[in-house]
Design a protein around this ligand. Structure first.
Ligand code: HAM
Length: 435
């Protein structure tokens, strides 16, 4: 028999690790919803042309797309990133602006799989369509910053740049083109032939030949026009006003072609440099029009949730051990099982988190399951308790030998609640990391 495994570059995320994902997503949702962003759930696949709009000369489109023809002959692709789908949805539905959206979804790129680089990765992102106010750039960056801070990451560097607009980008592009033309022989194999197609891509190339050849290349920042320069200045002022530290990185061009003006990236100083980008984003003021909509500016970011958790591992934050137990109560029944069946149902209906053993196992084995479950309390139902209409409560964190407390079935739920509130970390939120 073949032994099936996850495809290369994909993973199963199992409990208890999956609890960290739930917490991360809940944290992300809480932060962006509190700032007025609404969830958009778009299809996992779209017309391939939707994604081609993110840049014909990018690796994401040229080399990494999961593209297929469906049984009706349509050319489709799995989503490689979130922005194109949101822009397509905006053009299709024309919601009132500013349209402030968020999403959390898997993305698919046929990349060389390695630690921190997957073929299915997960992004949490936001996109704002319909305003070119530089203060929205600050808001977007600040929300990502707040998210990283809220999970406890401290070793995060914010890099910002401006890529200009339709006025100043062509002037800069020409300067860069002339610069590269004189050095084309020094570029890597790929860019020696392709540099002219999109000269900016050469600045994003990580090959040592391209890095060396472009060390003193001209920067867009020196070419910003009368509209882009004050825009960028206002973004930097805003970040400073909010106390968000940043560095200006004039070489930051990002891996997708739609960017205009503000671009930014968050890098973890705790991770290997090749996979240290935790998230990134920027403006894409021409993308809605390119997708067939009216001229509409846009800005957003995508945060790599897989990498964020890797950075958490390296910084020792959001640890599984620090998540509070998912259960309040574990029901142990060695008197036939009616009690476990009925009481577990009552506990859950009363809003308590309860589990139980099945299969009529021995008291010892059921108590072992209770211990492993992480629940604070075990309820014990034996023949004596059944006869007396009572239940024994055992505090699973008490010193060994601490006597069990016996209560009447009618008083059980109140007694459990009383005991749980006396230890506040086990009630309410999923985790004691949830603040
Ligand atoms: P991106 O920089 O291509 O931007 O991806 C965003 C983040 O997703 C990266 O910083 C990284 O953390 C994570 N990521 C990307 N590829 C992988 C991978 N193969 N394995 C693990 N993590 C990965 C975008 O996708 C843009 N849509 C961001 C954006 C939103 N720009 C404007 N709005």
């Amino acid at each position: 028999m073949a032994e099936f495994r996850t495809p290369i570059g994909t993973r199963d995320i199992l409990p208890p690790e999956s609890a960290r994902w739930e917490l991360l997503l809940a944290r992300f949702a809480r932060i962006v919803e509190a700032a007025g962003y609404g969830l958009v759930i778009s299809p996992m696949f779209e017309d391939v042309e939707v994604f081609q709009r993110v840049g014909e000369s990018t690796d994401v489109v040229r080399k990494e797309m999961y593209q297929f023809t469906d049984k009706g002959g349509r050319e489709l692709a799995l989503r490689p990133e979130g922005t194109a789908s949101i822009v397509r949805a905006f053009v299709q539905h024309r919601p009132p602006t500013p349209w402030k959206t968020w999403y959390a979804a898997p993305s698919f790129r046929y990349e060389r799989a390695q630690a921190g680089r997957y073929r299915q990765h997960h992004q949490g992102g936001i996109e704002v369509l319909g305003t070119d106010d530089p203060d929205v750039d600050v808001e977007v960056i600040a929300l990502a910053w707040e998210f990283f801070a809220s999970v406890g990451l401290r070793l995060v560097t914010l890099k910002v740049n401006s890529l200009g607009d339709a006025t100043c980008r062509p002037v800069y592009r020409e300067a860069l083109r002339a610069f590269l033309e004189a050095r084309q022989d020094q570029l890597c194999d790929e860019h020696r032939t392709r540099w002219e197609e999109n000269p900016l891509r050469v600045l994003d190339c990580k090959k040592p030949e391209c890095v060396a050849a472009t060390a003193d290349a001209p920067h867009q920042l020196d070419f910003l026009c009368d509209a882009c320069a004050p825009h960028f200045a206002r973004v930097k002022d805003g970040l400073a006003a909010l106390g968000i530290p940043y560095v200006v990185d004039a070489r930051l061009v990002r891996g997708l072609d739609y960017y205009t003006r503000t671009t930014f990236e968050f890098a973890s100083r705790a991770l290997e440099s090749a996979q240290n980008a935790l998230g990134g984003g920027g403006r894409y003021d021409g993308l809605v029009e390119e997708m067939g909509g009216p001229p509409t500016p846009g800005i957003g970011f995508g945060i790599g949730l897989d990498r964020t958790l890797l950075a958490c591992n390296d910084e020792g934050v959001m640890r599984i051990e620090d998540l509070s137990p998912r259960l309040d109560v574990f029901v142990v029944d060695f008197a036939g099982g009616d009690g476990a069946r009925d009481i577990t149902f009552r506990l859950r209906s009363a809003g308590l988190r309860a589990d139980r053993a099945f299969g009529g196992r021995s008291p010892k084995s059921q108590l072992k399951s209770a211990d492993r479950s992480g629940a604070r309390l075990a309820l014990i139902i034996g023949p004596d308790e059944v006869a007396a209409g009572q239940v024994a409560i055992k505090d699973l964190r008490a010193e060994p030998g601490t006597p069990q407390h016996v209560v009447a079935r009618d008083a059980l739920i109140d007694e459990i609640r009383r005991r749980l509130v006396s230890d506040a970390s086990t009630v309410g939120p999923v985790s004691n990391l949830e603040s």
